[in-house]
Ligand binder design. Structure first.
Ligand SMILES: Nc1ncnc2c1ncn2[C@@H]1O[C@H](COP(=O)(O)OP(=O)(O)OP(=O)(O)O)[C@@H](O)[C@H]1O
Ligand SMILES: [Mg+2]
Length: 378
């Protein structure tokens, strides 16, 4: 493996010198060469094996409809907030649009029915932990992170009052018919990577990075990561009720195994999200939770170029790097990952413009009625 890695490094230098590429591009090639050499070794080891066979819908167990969580309806009060309507519903409860009568501003209020999952002293402990987690998350102040204003409890519900975000979550763009163009994907994911880098320096690990937790307004150029730190709380309650694991497909091997996680686990989950936005499928798919867990623990994700050959090799290598099983092999941090993604996006845009001056950029294949947008500053 060391030989393969050295050969790739030498190759990267040679290509760089011949093509006269910039030092930063060369540095990126060297960083990702490790992932490529590992992929080669694995490919040899498992020759004949098949990656990502067609699979039944994956086990997003907690996303079944009908959480059964009661939520105040329009006109009712929750704490000091007047509820206007429901914005959406997740595994733990409803997200409501509420107005703060003190200053008239609109907020999104996430509700969690703690009493459904805990009793007695366990409930008291869960309530305290919830408030602690929300307090940690409320300290985060970043333009691309949804602000948390208050956490509290009322009418048997725990709630988090947060910034109301316009737009929609990225879930929609994981479908083939609504795919974003690759450079747009890279720029959005780079924004998320930077937001995660900031949170990690503040000691907060997200733990539930997935398309449903990233809200975008493509016209306004806004990207907002939501649900910071809530997953730790939510996960444990789900586990207690046997509902298990919010979104196992996005979990890193170490998170799946119940080991201690740090920011590198978030980068893995971000890699899964990146993969899904680029390929309209998940890197690991199985028809049972046990099968999925085994794949996440043991099997390399497919090369994105086997699914979408037009994507650049550097991007495939970077995706492979974020999906490394061992945290220490993943990108050094969110900021590094963001920088590399932007570099590749810029290249794709330049190459695309060179190939078809004046044309709309799509360095990957144009498919279906993609949600084409000119995007984004930064
Ligand atoms: N701050 C917000 N502003 C506006 N809408 C929001 C906000 N937060 C959540 N929503 C809406 O509420 C929906 C449900 O969010 P919620 O976080 O409860 O579920 P989820 O992320 O899909 O799943 P999970 O329960 O695993 O977190 C989101 O898809 C989004 O449409
Ligand atoms: Mg959410």
């Amino acid at each position: 493996m060391a030989d393969a890695f050295s050969a790739l490094c030498a190759q990267a230098w040679a290509v760089g010198l011949l093509a006269g590429v910039s030092a930063t591009w060369l540095a990126l090639l060297l960083r990702t060469a490790r992932a490529r050499s590992r992929a080669l070794v694995c490919a040899v080891a498992s020759a004949g094996g098949q990656h990502g066979a067609a699979a039944a819908p994956h086990a997003d167990l907690a996303h079944a409809d009908g959480t059964g969580v009661p939520a105040p309806s329009g006109g009712a009060m929750l704490g000091r907030y007047r509820i206007e309507r429901e914005l959406g519903r997740g595994a733990m409860g409803a997200v409501l649009l509420g107005r703060d009568p003190q200053d008239g501003r609109l907020l999104a209020i996430k509700t969690l029915a703690l009493g459904r999952q805990h009793e007695g002293s366990e409930l008291a402990e869960a309530q305290q932990r919830f408030l602690r987690e929300a307090e940690m998350a409320s300290r985060l102040q970043h333009p691309d992170i949804v602000r948390i204003f208050e956490a509290g409890q009322a009418q048997g519900l725990a709630y988090i009052a947060m910034e109301h975000v316009h737009g929609h979550d990225l879930q929609r763009h994981t479908q083939l018919a609504h795919q974003l163009q690759p450079p747009v994907v890279l720029r959005v994911v780079a924004r998320v990577a930077d937001a995660l880098a900031y949170a990690h320096t503040q000691g907060v690990v997200h733990r539930d990075v997935k398309p449903a937790n990233v809200m975008v307004d493509l016209d306004a150029g806004s990207v907002k990561v939501t649900d910071f730190g809530i997953a730790r709380f939510a996960d444990s309650s789900r586990t207690r009720t046997g509902m298990v694991l919010g979104t196992p497909s996005f979990m890193s091997p170490e998170q799946m195994a119940g080991r201690r996680v740090d920011g590198r686990s978030d980068l893995y989950s971000l890699g899964v999200m990146l993969f899904q936005l680029l390929c309209a499928r998940l890197p690991h798919e199985a028809d049972s939770l046990a099968g999925l867990m085994s794949q996440i623990a043991n099997q390399r994700a497919p090369d994105i170029r086997s699914l979408r050959p037009q994507l650049p090799r550097a991007l495939a290598d970077l995706v492979a790097l974020t999906l490394e099983k061992r945290p220490e092999l993943r990108p050094a941090g969110g900021a590094q990952l963001a920088q590399d993604l932007r570099l590749i996006a810029a290249r794709m845009e330049v190459e695309s413009a060179q190939q078809a001056p004046g044309a709309v950029i799509d360095a990957g294949a144009v498919r279906g009625d993609n949600d084409d947008r000119e995007f984004l500053p930064r």
